[in-house]
Write a protein that binds this ligand. Structure first.
Ligand SMILES: [Zn+2]
Length: 450
């Protein structure tokens, strides 16, 4: 019994069941950066992307078409030049890169076609933390009513110049700050043919063992100004049971009731918290499914490789805009043109993205090897974990098994083991690391340890 008493002496944190969730405070430098985000610059960028006529992945990318300013090649070169311009403004702080490969012939890509992802890396200022990456992405390719129609325009103002503009504007504004962790601003192509660009990028990241902690995919975040739109919210789609889980992990998820605790779902909850902390105009509306019916998105490419990734999309889509050749038919105007885009909404989306990227890139690493001790039948819960780089304390969060978001939190100090007087059978726990300035990591859900 003496041994047991010594173990318990670690700490027995007095927790009452009625603990309120912490209200986190905004960080002044991040809040100031969000004010720099400009709806005017976003409008100019979306209009510029539309001016390339078509950004179909199958459209022209030879030097002559680039010089003439029509086709996906011209769009790609312009995005690259924008990132380089932002980098020049911050003393070369961005590393601007391309991930280029040949795809096809495959479904919807009839002949070998070069696909190029363009991205900018804002490397973290702390050598250890810089290994951790958070990433924002949008697809810069577009399409009209027919996959292989590269003759007619495919403006793609909402789908997905809006998401591309979010990546660009986050890069412009956040490159003026320094973060311990690394941020990647990505724009991909080949989305409309089958997520080809993001698939290649995510596979490269996996093969090179990149530690990507979060992927924010913005696709159709234009806030289309049609009936039924709600410009006060954005849908955040996240997978429940991870597509990358193996048989053993699936068994564990089934046994423990872990169906709503994938890393992507924790990221979605983190975004909801960030929206509340920074009181963003557009509030996250968490949708607990991978994506909409009949549709897919680039976040799935990252999920497939085991990375946490979510999709942002406006509340209500207008299907007379997306993937439509510009025309008028029975009094209905078709086509994804800029006049239907709400640029203030896109700017607010960029603010929500930037706040999330900045918070995660500032935060310590999430605790690893988080364990819930299950050696004995007992009504208390003992959690333990390994120390995180950059942490000065740890916070335990928990919620009822039927609750969508974290309901309670308790900072337990700078320790790596704690016992709470709450039954693990009744709640879901997670542990997060907290730094000197109150930046919080993503929560890590424990695995049972006998
Ligand atoms: Zn799209």
């Amino acid at each position: 019994m003496l041994g047991a008493a010594l173990v318990m002496a670690w700490i027995l944190a007095p927790i009452s069941q009625g603990q309120e969730p912490a209200k986190y405070s905004a960080h002044p430098n991040i809040a100031t950066a969000l004010k720099e985000i400009s709806a005017e610059k976003i409008r100019a960028n979306i209009e510029q992307l539309v001016k390339f006529g078509t950004r179909s992945t199958l459209s022209a990318q030879d030097p002559a078409s680039i010089a003439a300013g029509r086709g996906i090649g011209a769009a790609r070169e312009w995005i690259k030049a924008e990132f380089e311009r932002y980098s020049k403004d911050c003393g070369g702080c961005l590393d601007v890169k391309v991930d280029s490969f040949t795809e096809g012939p495959v479904n919807r890509i009839p002949k070998p076609t070069q696909i190029t992802n363009v991205y900018a890396v804002l490397k973290g200022s702390d050598p250890e933390a810089a290994k951790r990456i958070v990433l924002v992405t949008g697809h810069y390719d577009s399409r009209n009513s027919e996959n292989d129609n590269i003759k007619d325009d495919a403006p793609g103002a909402n789908d997905d110049a809006s998401g591309t503009a979010v990546s660009l504007e986050c890069a412009r504004v956040l490159s003026k700050l320094k973060f311990p962790g690394t941020i990647i601003f990505l724009t991909v192509a080949g989305e409309e043919q089958g997520l080809n660009g993001s698939k290649h990028f995510a596979q490269m990241a996996k093969q090179q063992s990149w530690d990507i902690e979060a992927v924010l995919n913005n696709d159709i975040v234009g806030g289309n100004k049609g009936p039924g739109q709600d410009p006060s919210v954005v849908r955040v789609f996240s997978e429940g049971v991870p597509v990358s889980a193996d048989e053993k992990q699936l068994r564990q998820i089934r046994n423990l009731g872990g169906e709503s605790d994938s890393s992507s779902r924790e990221l979605a909850r983190y975004i909801a918290e960030t929206g509340a902390t920074y009181d963003t105009v557009v509030k996250p509306l968490l949708i607990f499914r991978l994506d909409r019916y009949l549709r897919g998105g680039d976040h799935d490419s990252f999920n497939q490789q085991g990375f946490a990734a979510v999709r942002f999309s406006e509340y209500r889509e207008d299907f007379t805009r997306q993937h439509q050749t510009i025309r008028s038919e029975n009094g209905i105007e078709y086509g994804d043109v800029p006049k239907h885009v709400d640029f203030d909404y896109v700017a607010n989306m960029a603010r929500l993205n930037a706040a999330t990227l900045a918070s995660l890139a500032s935060a310590p690493a999430p605790p690893v090897n988080v364990k819930l001790v299950t050696a004995n039948l007992e009504n208390d819960s003992t959690l333990k974990w390994e120390p995180s780089h950059g942490a000065i304390s740890y916070e335990v969060v928990w919620r009822a098994t039927s609750a969508p978001e974290w309901e309670h939190s308790q900072n337990v100090g700078n320790i790596t083991k704690t016992t709470l007087q709450i039954s693990k059978d009744n709640v879901i726990f997670a542990v997060r690391a907290v730094d000197n300035d109150g930046h919080r990591s993503l929560p890590a859900v424990p695995l049972p340890e006998r």
